[in-house]
Design a protein around this ligand. Sequence first.
Ligand SMILES: [Zn+2]
Length: 177
Amino acid sequence: MQPTPDTKDWTWTLTQRCEECGLTAGQVDIAEIPDKAEAAAAEWVQILTSSPAVAARPYPDVWSPLEYGAHVRDVYRLFDARLALMLVEDYPTFENWDQDETAISEQYIESDPDQVAAELAAAAESFVTRLRSLSPAQLERRGRRSDGAEFTVTTFAQYFLHDVVHHLWDVTGQQEI
Ligand SMILES: [Zn+2]
């Protein structure tokens, strides 16, 4: 059994508090996002390397912490690549990314948790370094998803932060405070 595909548009999280994970991503100062992205990665590494039941699904159709961790590793990689694109191209359109298809084709469920943790840490370091290098003018650069949703570098980073924080909530049930 595979989890229900997530086809929801999460861009509302930029303007409203998410009642599930507790984050109001649109109000997070861009200057704080590198540290928060780094802290979230550290939490993911901790989960992947120290949870005894890391590969167990809580329900047959809900991802295990390992599968979520593999997804989050790919989210760091994807957002790093898209951010790099926004910095060199004017208003690029991002290629569509089917995260549920990726989970199957990349065999998240068969992953090695220590390897995923190491890859997640490396992806996060690259992304956080790129975030820290941004100049004020670059924060206004824009890009769009293939579904038409538009982002500036700032809202793109805020959207990213919600994604990784929300998935921590998926696994731990602990809200942002
Ligand atoms: Zn959320």
